[in-house]
Design a protein around this ligand. Structure first.
Ligand code: ADP
Length: 273
């Protein structure tokens, strides 16, 4: 029997740097506060929530009072190391206000390739969730640079969040970005572009619309979101891409509301309907 969104128990929420930071480089406390409140309320409603959070480099730049982001990967790794602990400090403080401890999980995307590490990771997630702790996930930027190379305009952590959803058997991945959904064209370039109603399969044609190879425009961020959607669909999970401007949108998504802002684009014929 298919489950409705309302009844799904395990949810992964991925939040991008553009949602967590202002364009002036400051941390967007209003959004982060709201996000932590919404996720805490979901825990109160007995949902199991995992947060995949980008933003380590952005927060690190602010902490070190750097105006521009260095171009070398080692320097970015160092900034991420500073920013990650600062970001966890912010999450720990805010989730703590609602009574939830947080646990940091740093992963690399190849975690699924090694049975022992895979099992260790699953055990850690399950134990944290069973104990009412909110796992907060990021790529381990010290040992891997796949995601760091994509940070800011290239969809950092998008693929990692889909891998986590599969790994821990979450029914739903909610991806919060700076855009309402996937459009026929990049709406920044064509404001009249129409949004897709539903996508059941990520085809080459769709990748072109997201700025794939041969396409003239595109930031790359939508490409990694489609890669995540493809992974979710192939593994019978649902993904909802939504605007993270107002994290209250998560309530609407889970309530199964359908309106201009909440479009269930990446649907499988499987677990969720
Ligand atoms: P985040 O930082 O939240 O992960 P990104 O900036 O990486 O988000 O990706 C979202 C951006 O992708 C949008 O702001 C938009 O400019 C761009 N984009 C490119 N093609 C499309 C498309 N077909 N539909 C929607 N957005 C698109």
């Amino acid at each position: 029997m298919r489950k409705s969104l309302h009844s799904c128990k395990r949810i992964v929420v991925k939040v991008g740097t553009s949602t967590l930071m202002h364009s002036n480089g400051n941390v967007n406390l209003r959004t982060i506060e709201k996000l932590t409140r919404v996720l805490s309320e979901l825990r109160n409603e007995e949902k199991e929530v995992v947060l995949v959070s980008s933003g380590a480099i952005g927060v690190g730049l602010r902490k070190l009072q750097l105006e521009t982001r260095p171009t070398s990967i080692p320097e970015q790794q160092a900034i991420a190391a500073v920013g990650q602990s600062e970001l966890m400090h912010i999450y720990s403080k805010l989730f703590g206000e609602y009574g939830y401890p947080v646990g940091q999980i740093l992963l690399t995307r190849d975690v699924t390739d090694y049975p022992t590490s895979r099992e260790n990771v699953i055990n850690t997630f399950n134990t944290l969730l069973n104990q009412g702790i909110i796992p907060i996930v990021n790529e381990n930027d010290t040992v891997a640079v796949e995601e760091i190379e994509h940070i800011t305009k290239y969809g950092d952590n998008d693929r990692l969040s889909a891998i986590v959803a599969k790994l821990i058997n979450a029914e739903l991945l909610i991806m919060l970005s700076d855009i309402d959904g996937f459009y026929h064209e990049n709406p920044l370039l064509n404001p009249a572009a129409a949004m897709f109603d539903e996508v059941h399969e990520v085809t080459d044609e769709l990748l072109q619309l997201a700025g794939g190879k041969g396409s003239e425009f595109g930031t790359g961020g939508m490409l990694t979101k489609l890669a995540a959607a493809d992974y979710c669909l192939k593994n019978d999970r649902q993904m909802v891409l939504a605007n993270g401007d107002d994290p209250d949108i998560i309530y609407d998504i889970i309530a199964g509301k359908k309106n201009r802002d909440v479009v269930y684009q990446f649907k499988t014929g499987g677990i969720l309907s």
